[in-house]
Design a binder for this molecule. Sequence first.
Ligand SMILES: Cc1cc2nc3c(=O)[nH]c(=O)nc-3n(C[C@H](O)[C@H](O)[C@H](O)COP(=O)(O)O)c2cc1C
Length: 376
Amino acid sequence: MYRCSETRKPQNKHTAKHKMDARSLFKRNAKYARESLGLREWLYYISGTDGEYTFRDNERAFARLCIVPKLFPSSRDALNLKTILVGREVDFPIGISPSAYHQVLHPEGELATASAAARLNLCYAQSLYSNRSVEEVSAAYPNSMRWMNMRAVKERDYLADVVRRAEKCGYGALVVTVDSPIIGNKLSSKRIPFTLPPHLKPGNLPVSSPDTKEEDKVIHLRPTTWEEIRWIKSLTKLPIVLKGIQTAEDAMLAIQNGASAIQISNHGGRQMDYVPASLEALAEISEAVGGQIDIFIDGGFRSGVDVFKALALGAKAVFLGRAVVFGLHYGGCDGVVEVLETMKEELELAMMQTGCTDVNHIPRNVVRRVESVARL
Ligand SMILES: Cc1cc2nc3c(=O)[nH]c(=O)nc-3n(C[C@H](O)[C@H](O)[C@H](O)COP(=O)(O)O)c2cc1C
């Protein structure tokens, strides 16, 4: 069985001799992906929708918040990074957001991603559109923390079946994506549509069964409604994380409709352009939610300092999309671990320099809004 420690450390012409910061790792890994993936695949993984304003602003929003330092740092030994996400402890508050088809990026696919999460005791949310099935991932990493990603589809029997399979395989929550009930206007996909290379199969879609009729081999998105969310909830005892919340109003509706947690997300700028950066939505949502349920967030996180800022604004944990995708392509499990560990170290440093000791209690006043972004 594949394990992180069995892979070679990622080594290629992009490998630096010194230890890199997470932002530089992202650039290096993305550059490697651009040069080594086919154009179709590269555009699929990198692109945002329309003019990619939100895609870019997800990253830029972090520059609009500065950190308030504190004299005399806390020591690394005094830090606590452990936290509890939907009833289970993780070693630090960074998780892996669902993203599609990891075997396009690395031969081990989702096994490599799950392996990285298991090694670091973090949460891995597996996409419905994964190459490896829930059975394969859970057999390889039975004790790891895994959540299963869902979305409303017309094929309700199929969805109910995936929920049952995920439950049986020990997945700890359902992450129901609500921000993409219709496909956004991704211009690159219109130019060069993404298709799964013929040698790869979708692990969780109905195609897995040899008896499946040709016309049943795909699933179709169904307009998401609160009724649909309640139906998914009725299928399972697993907690529901609603992914794709962007306003305080929808956060409150999520609570009323039984969500155990929400994930603020604009799908990495892949769904609707000109919506606010994820970070911009956080303060308002956190205030409205007032601690009733946990708030997670994704979108544009490239460094541990970015993570620190989100925790200060009220997020319980941060989830990574492209940073993991490109780390996986660069070095498989080790490439993902490299990204996550580097971010963790940067988060620790930010905590020390602001006198914070516990990720669960990072006060709001350690960050301050800067208006003069142009000079940053
Ligand atoms: C190639 C790709 C595929 C994705 N597939 C899914 C998916 O299957 N389900 C989902 O909820 N989000 C999906 N996402 C969105 C991510 O979970 C996440 O919201 C987003 O990537 C965060 O932004 P970031 O890439 O800047 O970190 C995908 C993102 C990318 C880049």
